[in-house]
Design a protein around this ligand. Structure first.
Ligand code: UDP
Length: 329
């Protein structure tokens, strides 16, 4: 089976590429390298430096490589930036996905696994969050991912394309080889930023908001190991190829950890004291996000193999120690 990974030079796409290849699948990667790193792309994959907006080029690649399934990661994903540059997000995420779907229709590729987000849910009262809860994004990033999901739905009805949309909670950690991991520039995600302190790349970690309605006043999130996340994509892909119907699934570990708890866990893993400073809340941050992933467990037969945050942080720590400053472009 031949899989096209869009955004395969990014954090999540590079792990998908690596794990698919390790399982013996054929993989073609397209990435415009706007935020990804060529060094992160497994050399065994066929690589095209290409933009998902170039519909005709995509159609040519899909036909030439005889692609069976697309796994679509190419998107901008910074919540803060999405609030100040909303049109950049609509243009890249929504228009880019329209172009990709058009090329799939043209080349008659029938299956797509799509990278969505818990940000589609916004601020919810009832935890854990199930897929039945009505989405209500509180930031542009989540709104564009929801628009992309809707686009998949209507396209699947009109053109008989099957999709699985995976709503990720907080993805973290690195591949067990430590050869690939999370490397964004600028970095905005909590775990890699915390690790910059023991790496001596940052003086202190800022805690954004300490008066949330949570047990210690800091935001609670559900952290999922990158390898568990990719495992779910592979199961979703197999599900679609075997005739599974289009659907949406949450992916999380099912436990919530506060920002302070994550800092404590990082202190334990790195065996260092991590200096903190309390700062104002970040715009668009919901207080608490915890997933119910029962649907993915029941239908995709997926299971969480790395539920402990210490294990997630320790894999990230191993990667960052061996890639100080991240990948080179
Ligand atoms: N956060 C923080 N300091 C940082 C980065 C993040 O306190 O330097 C908090 C952020 O406000 C959120 C949580 O950590 O409550 C997780 O943020 P992240 O950006 O990693 O993921 P998000 O939940 O926004 O997708």
């Amino acid at each position: 089976m031949h899989i096209l990974v869009t955004g395969g030079a990014g954090y999540i796409g590079s792990h998908a590429t690596r794990m698919l290849l390790d399982l013996g699948y054929q993989v073609t990667v397209i990435d415009n390298l706007s935020t990804g790193y060529k060094d992160a792309v497994d050399k065994r994959a066929t690589f095209y430096e290409e933009d998902i907006h170039h519909t005709e080029n995509l159609t040519t690649i899909l036909r030439k490589e005889q692609i069976d399934v697309v796994i679509h990661f190419a998107a901008f994903s910074l919540v803060g930036e999405s609030m100040t540059k909303p049109l950049k997000y609509y243009e890249n995420n929504v228009s880019g996905t329209a172009s990709l779907l058009k090329s799939m229709v043209d080349a008659q590729v029938k299956n797509i696994v799509f990278s969505s987000t818990a940000a589609v849910y916004g601020d919810q009262k009832v935890m854990p969050i199930t897929e039945e809860i009505l989405p209500n994004p509180t930031n542009t990033y989540g709104a564009t991912k929801l628009a992309m999901e809707e686009m998949m739905k209507w396209t699947s009805i009109a053109h008989n394309i099957n999709y699985v949309s995976l709503r990720y909670f907080n993805v973290a950690g690195a591949h067990h080889s430590s050869e690939i991991g999370e490397s964004h520039n600028p970095e905005t995600h909590l775990i890699p930023i915390i690790l910059q302190v023991p790496l001596k790349e940052r003086d202190a970690i800022s805690i954004f908001g300490t008066d949330y309605d949570t047990f210690d006043g800091t935001c609670i999130r559900d952290y999922i190991h990158i390898e568990d996340l990719i495992d779910a994509h592979i199961k979703a892909m197999i599900y679609l190829v075997n005739g599974g119907k289009s659907d949406v699934f949450n992916l999380g570990s099912g436990s919530g950890y506060s920002v302070r708890q994550i800092i404590e866990a990082a202190e334990f893993v790195t065996n260092q004291t991590i200096k903190t400073k309390e700062e104002a809340k970040r715009a668009g941050d919901p207080a608490k996000l915890i997933a119910s992933s029962d649907k993915a467990k029941n239908i995709l037969k997926w299971e969480v193999k790395h539920p402990k945050v210490e294990d997630i942080i320790s894999s990230a720590w191993a990667f960052h120690q061996s890639h100080k400053g991240g990948f080179s472009q």
